[in-house]
Structure formats: structure tokens, C-alpha cells
Ligand binder design. Structure first.
Ligand SMILES: *Cc1c(COP(=O)(O)O)cnc(C)c1O
Length: 429
């Protein structure tokens, strides 16, 4: 499909070290804490599940603890980073990551909460247009969220939720099939809400084309960016997406249960659609008059409910500073290269005993390969652990490995594939 094909890399360990020497992002590894195993940092390939802690986090959290101790309520105005406007500092960096305007993004709540808040506005079914399209292998929380929205509106899930399945014998979706379905059933579809990058297969969807198809058919198009934010470049504003939400603890490295985010396209900022309101969504000019009437801000902030959890938000500050310094395009460059390197080593060292579910086309994936190991893999967890490799294993035989470009080295990838080759050897013995 793509003009880009995987380079065949030499498989020796020295070549891995050579690639690290040439890696312009190699020094960023030093800015993160790595768990240790037998005196050396683990090979950490689960940054798609929980990103590593930036070393700068601790001092920033301490600063807020100190301001709380020494200033208490006055820290809202007099803190070193006043809490009153605390969330506003994330607009710049988040807008650069989603490819949107500063007014289109807000850091708030957690991901599933944001999906519900956005669906309260953007899923308003009628008798004829009421269906919701998701992927068949959507993350369970997304399935529950759309299902419960359907029921909340008095509808049967089975009649409302359309689950997109790959073709027989294939693992991932084809853009044409998604667009055909939207075109054919468009009149009855209220909402298309897919993952930008699928959590299980690592497939990066053609968000621009699908958004266009959805909007042409009169549907609302929302994206779950849990595995896309900080992983691949996005252009939500230009693509015309209606809304999006993401979590910040995966590629965004902002800590367990970190404060999530949302995008609402500019054209909806003066919306007449329903919205669940809270005081932090009120225009700051009148927010503290404490009146009974809601005057929404003309931005994504209008969907905020509460004053933000400062301690929970602080790690985002440390993390987004690193993204801003590197820039998502340079990250993507390394991501393509290191993911291709991993793929090349797997092909050469494991042959067809490891099947890769993730698309081969680099334009259709981020920094994750989902691998199926053939044969008896009962010992996989123990072996990975013993060798100091942290990768995600799902029963019965899927390993998900994310060579996150911010902090994973080429030598880490080499170590991982070395263990994988050993595993394959054992599984087929
Ligand atoms: C990780 C993930 C979630 C998790 O939801 P939380 O509300 O953050 O617990 C939801 N959806 C997708 C697609 C995910 O990848």
C-alpha cells in the first residue's frame, strides 16, 4: 500500500548500539525513571499502557505541596503557578499535539468521563438517525460507554451500536470498508466514534478520510485518542472532527489515572446542543459572581465541570514540556524508524512463527506491534520477566510491544527480540 517498505537491518547487537549513537533523540531517555532489574534498566515496551515517569515530576509536585502548605487558599492567586488558571497552561501544548486551536482543547477528568460528557452533547438520537458506529474490537470502556448512552436514550444496544469487523481472515479494518458502511447506512447513523489508533492491533486509522465520510453523511464524528495522543501527529481541526477525548497516562507519560483531555471543534463553541454544565465551564469573567445562570465559555472549556485537581495535573506539565521540546514530527520520525527496526528483527529472527497483527504499512500504525506467537507460549510471562523485559501479554498468545520513541533505545528493541527468538525456539520445541 505504501511506498515505504521496511529496511532489512543487520541483526547483530553492535548494529543496535550504532543506531543508538546516531539517534538524535537518544538523550531524552535520561529524563525518565526506569524500573530496574538485576542492576540495569528494564526494556520498557508498555508505554502504550502506562508511560514512564518524567524525572521532573517530583519537584513540580513538591512545589504544589509546598504552596498548599505555605499559602493554602491564597495559592489560587499567589501560588508560583496560580491554581485559578492552572489548567490554561496546557492549551498550547495540547493544541499542538491534536493539531487544533488553543480554544479547542481542555485538560479535564478522565477519558471515559469525557466520552460521556461529549456524548451528552453530541449523541442526540432521533427516531431515524440514532446509530453509533464503533470498532468491533473497541476498548471495553468505549463499548460500555456507547451502549449505556443508547440505553440512556431508551434504545436497545443491539439495534443501535454497529460494530465494525475486519474482513474474514484479516485483523484490521480497511478504510474503504468503513467509508462504504458510513455511506450506505449514513442516514441512520448519529455518531461515528472510533479509536484513532486501535489499542489491540495498533492500527492507525485514516482519520481524515473517515471524518470526511462521516460528515458527508451528516453524522457526528468523534475520536478516542487514547493510543494516538503523543504517538502520531494529528490534525483534528483541519480534518474537521467534531470532538475527541484521550487519556494522559499512556503515551503522554502523565501518571496513573492522570487527568485526561478533550477536543471540541471550534464550530461547536456556540452550540445550542445540550450540555452538562458546571461552574468551571462558565465564562471566567462571571464565574465567581456565583449567580444561578450559566454563561458558557466560547471554547472547549465550556465542557469543564469542576475546578481542576492540581496535584493530579502537575505531571502533565512535566510531560508536555518534553513533547514541546522534541516536537511530534521528530518523535514520529524516530517512531517510524524504531518500529521498522523491531519489525525487521522479528522477521529475520523469528520468521513466520511470530505473526504481526499490526499493519505492515508504516502509515497505518504508530509505535506498537501486536504479535501472535505460534505454539505453546505458557512460559512467556516468566521468561520476559526473567530477562528484564516489560511487555504486555494477553491470553492466549498476543504480545503487544511499544517501542516508544521518547525513551526506548534501539538496543532495548534488540534485547526484546533476542528474548522473543528464544521464546519462539522454546514454543516450537
Ligand atoms: C486506555 C483506554 C481507555 C481507558 O479509559 P479510562 O477512562 O482512562 O480508564 C478507554 N478507551 C480506550 C480506547 C483506551 O485505550
Amino acid at each position: 500500500m505504501s511506498a515505504m517498505t521496511t529496511e532489512a537491518h543487520p541483526i547483530d547487537e553492535a548494529h543496535a548500539s550504532h543506531l543508538d549513537e546516531q539517534d538524535p533523540l537518544a538523550q531524552y531517555r535520561e529524563q525518565f525513571h526506569f524500573p530496574m532489574k538485576a542492576g540495569r534498566p528494564v526494556v520498557y515496551l508498555t508505554g502504550n499502557s502506562l508511560g514512564l515517569q518524567p524525572k521532573a515530576v517530583q519537584e513540580l509536585v513538591n512545589q504544589e505541596l509546598e504552596d498548599w502548605a505555605s499559602l493554602a487558599v491564597n495559592a489560587h492567586f499567589e501560588g508560583r503557578d496560580p491554581w485559578k488558571d492552572y489548567h490554561e497552561q496546557f492549551r498550547g501544548p495540547l493544541s499542538r499535539l491534536v493539531g487544533g486551536l488553543e480554544s479547542e482543547v481542555v485538560a479535564m477528568n478522565s477519558l471515559t468521563v469525557n466520552l460521556h460528557l461529549l456524548m451528552a452533547t453530541f449523541y442526540t438520537p432521533t427516531d431515524t438517525r440514532y446509530k453509533i458506529v464503533i470498532e468491533d474490537n473497541a476498548f471495553p470502556s468505549d463499548s460500555y460507554a456507547v451502549g449505556s448512552q443508547a440505553e440512556f436514550h431508551g434504545r436497545e444496544i443491539s439495534d443501535t451500536v454497529i460494530r465494525l469487523k475486519p474482513r474474514k481472515g484479516e485483523y484490521t479494518l480497511r478504510t474503504d470498508d468503513v467509508c462504504d458502511l458510513i455511506r450506505n447506512e449514513g442516514d441512520s447513523i448519529a455518531l461515528v466514534m472510533l479509536g484513532g489508533v486501535n489499542y489491540l492491533t495498533g492500527q492507525l486509522m485514516d482519520m481524515q478520510t473517515i471524518t470526511q465520510a462521516g460528515r458527508d453523511a451528516g453524522c457526528i464524528v468523534g475520536w478516542d485518542l487514547a493510543h494516538a495522543m503523543g504517538n502520531v501527529p494529528l490534525k483534528l481541526h483541519d480534518w474537521g472532527a467534531d470532538f475527541a477525548a484521550w487519556c494522559s497516562y499512556k503515551y503522554l507519560n502523565s501518571g496513573p489515572g492522570a487527568v485526561a483531555g478533550a477536543f471540541v471543534h471550534e464550530r461547536h463553541h456556540r452550540t445550542d446542543r445540550p450540555r452538562f454544565a458546571g461552574w468551571w465551564g462558565n465564562d471566567p469573567k462571571t464565574r465567581f459572581r456565583m449567580g444561578p445562570d450559566f454563561f458558557p465559555e466560547q471554547s472547549a472549556d465550556a465542557w469543564q465541570l469542576s475546578n481542576p485537581p492540581i496535584l493530579g495535573m502537575t505531571p502533565i506539565k512535566a510531560s508536555l514540556a518534553i513533547f514541546d521540546e522534541i516536537g511530534i514530527d521528530r518523535l514520529r520520525e524516530k517512531s517510524l524508524r524504531i518500529t521498522g527496526y523491531m519489525e525487521s528483527l522479528i522477521h529475520q529472527r523469528c520468521g513466520d512463527r511470530v505473526r504481526i497483527l499490526t499493519p505492515e504499512d508504516p502509515a497505518q500504525r504508530g509505535s506498537q506491534l501486536s504479535l501472535v506467537v505460534e505454539g505453546n507460549v505458557s512460559g512467556v510471562r516468566d521468561l520476559l520477566e526473567e530477562r528484564g523485559v516489560v511487555a504486555d501479554f494477553r491470553e492466549p498468545n498476543v504480545i503487544r510491544a511499544a517501542p516508544v520513541p521518547t525513551y526506548v533505545s534501539y538496543h532495548d528493541v534488540w534485547r526484546f527480540v533476542d528474548v522473543l527468538a528464544e521464546l519462539v525456539e522454546k514454543a516450537s520445541a
